[in-house]
Design a protein around this ligand. Structure first.
Ligand code: 4AD
Ligand code: MG
Length: 489
């Protein structure tokens, strides 16, 4: 291939002056056509930057068959001199001497068009949607958040731990797992009692795709001190919402000698770090997404619009403390709220039942107007591994040292807890919650030999990316969403 320059480099002001200035030099750029105006001006995009490079075509000296192939999203190489631009809107432009078409995109049968396309339509075109302004911005930011995750933990001395994707345990005890088997449907060997005989399966036992790397993360934390996982997790829950995926990525730090308060501090600073990293490093992409939302909201009723712009919201979250309340306080607050008194909540608010999305939204968006950390939930509906709290006055039942972080517009971004390190309490909880101790013998042994107080949490990576990009649907922040009824691409 010809030596090509990336558009981000060509556009960067540091390459426009001094002895290494690109201005006046003949360069080659390669990319896709975002727009072609007046048979003369190409806006060329190559992914290295949100911004396009203007390529000026010499209409009279360019062969007709090349000209007619300069279409929306066709791919080309342009060679010519880089000059300071005469026109407004760009600092530099390339005066093309030659244009070579690398990949045609005939508008007559190409499914993408240079006009507004709905998000639903674009989901069906996941092989092309990354070429749009919106999705290219989202996926550049997604990369940035992933990078910042590793940087945050690395700077603080955490070790990145790879936990298995195929496991024999249900870490959440919720039973929402995808089975992994090499048996053919209807041909699985059966036991004497007529059940599928997983002893004869590939791993010699029943296995599934992991719902969480936490339990193995705990093994690592009780040896290496501070660890985190960052990998795909799978949930066979039949939730068709804008916040659920069947395959999503989760970040799970696990820390020896942390209690629930250390856990909350770590989680809050982690959220702020990721958001701040994107504010600092992806301003062009964020700016586009911010304007896009403003545009979209013009046609919406005032009370449905966001109270602040996207960038303003992100800065607000970075600069302000999260609100911290207990579950018991949250219930009290909700029961004193206007929507509760007016009967506007669909679900009951009673101590001992889980908070529903409508309740979380009220707390975060109406009452506190900022991220909220709710802690000390009833033990009854939280996972078996969460640490049982001492009984407290004014609290009607058993609670665990659990915490959820709720974000405006998203709901739960993080769920975590201090872990139950006391063998007797843990085994008791497993038994009452129907988790078989024999399946988790190794988890129990961690409590018997060299156990330690420890805590951790899981952040839904896509939910965080959704918050940072302001995208309304979680399917639009993962390249290839897996949801009930959909595994295309
Ligand atoms: O609250 P969850 O279920 O917690 C755990 O899995 C713990 N083992 C984490 C830990 O303590 N190490 O899930 C953690 C986060 C949620 O707060 C949410 O952000 C996200 O994962 N999440 C999902 N994201 C997308 N689609 C789904 N179906 C999700 N389920 C959970
Ligand atoms: Mg949760």
């Amino acid at each position: 291939m010809k030596q090509r320059l990336e558009i981000a480099k060509v556009l960067h002001p540091s390459h426009h002056e001094g002895e290494h200035s690109l201005i006046g030099q003949t360069i080659t750029v390669m990319g896709w056509v975002r727009a072609f105006r007046n048979n003369q001006f190409i806006a060329l995009y190559d992914g290295s930057s949100f911004n396009t490079l203007q390529v000026v075509v010499d209409f009279e000296h360019t062969p007709e068959e090349v000209l007619k192939k300069i279409n929306f999203h066709s791919c080309l190489a342009a060679t010519g001199k880089l000059v300071a631009s005469q026109g407004a809107g760009q600092v530099v432009e390339v005066i093309a001497e030659t244009i070579e078409i690398l990949g045609e995109a005939n508008p007559e049968n190409y499914s993408m068009q240079p006009k507004r396309m709905t998000m639903e339509y674009l989901r069906e075109k996941a092989h092309f949607r990354m070429r749009t302004n919106t999705f290219s911005a989202v996926f550049r930011i997604r990369h940035g958040v992933a990078f910042a995750v590793h940087q945050f933990f690395n700077e603080r001395g955490y070790y990145y731990m790879h936990t298995p994707i195929i496991t024999g345990s249900d870490a959440e005890g919720a039973g929402e797992m995808f089975r992994v088997t090499t048996f053919e449907a209807n041909k699985a060997p059966l036991t004497d009692t007529g059940e599928v005989d997983f002893k004869k399966d590939f791993f010699g036992k029943a296995t599934n795709l992991t719902v969480s790397g936490q339990l193995q993360g705990e093994i690592a934390a009780l040896a290496l001190g501070k660890v985190y996982t960052f990998g795909p997790t799978f949930r066979a829950e039949n939730s068709n919402t804008s916040r659920h995926l069947a395959e999503f990525w989760m970040i799970e730090p696990e820390v020896a000698f942390h209690d629930i308060y250390d856990n909350m501090d770590l989680a809050e600073s982690f959220c702020k770090y990721l958001i701040d990293y994107i504010l600092q490093n992806f301003p062009d992409d964020l700016d586009y997404l911010d304007k896009r939302i403003q545009e979209e909201e013009k046609s919406m009723a005032k009370d449905l619009r966001r109270p602040m712009g996207l960038i303003e919201t992100l800065k607000f979250v970075v600069e302000n403390d999260f609100e911290r309340i207990t579950y018991t306080e949250a219930v009290r607050l909700l029961r004193n709220s206007k929507p509760y008194k007016k009967g506007q909540f669909e679900y009951p608010v009673e101590w001992g039942t889980d908070l529903q999305a409508e309740h979380e939204r009220y707390l975060v968006e109406k009452h506190f107007k900022k991220p909220v950390i709710v802690r000390d939930y009833p033990a009854s509906f939280k996972a078996f591994y969460m640490r049982l709290n001492d009984t407290a006055p004014d609290v009607p039942g058993d609670t665990v040292a659990a915490m959820d972080i709720l974000f405006p517009g998203i709901g739960e971004v993080i769920g975590g807890s201090q872990r139950e390190e006391r063998y007797d309490v843990l085994i008791q909880k497993m038994e009452t919650m129907g988790v078989h101790p024999e399946d988790l013998w190794w988890y129990l042994e961690l409590r018997k030999f060299g156990g330690a107080p420890h805590a951790g949490f899981g952040m839904g990576f896509e939910r965080m990316v959704q918050f940072i990009t302001g995208m309304g649907n979680i399917r639009d922040v993962i390249p290839f969403p897996r949801t009930p009824g959909n595994a295309e691409f």
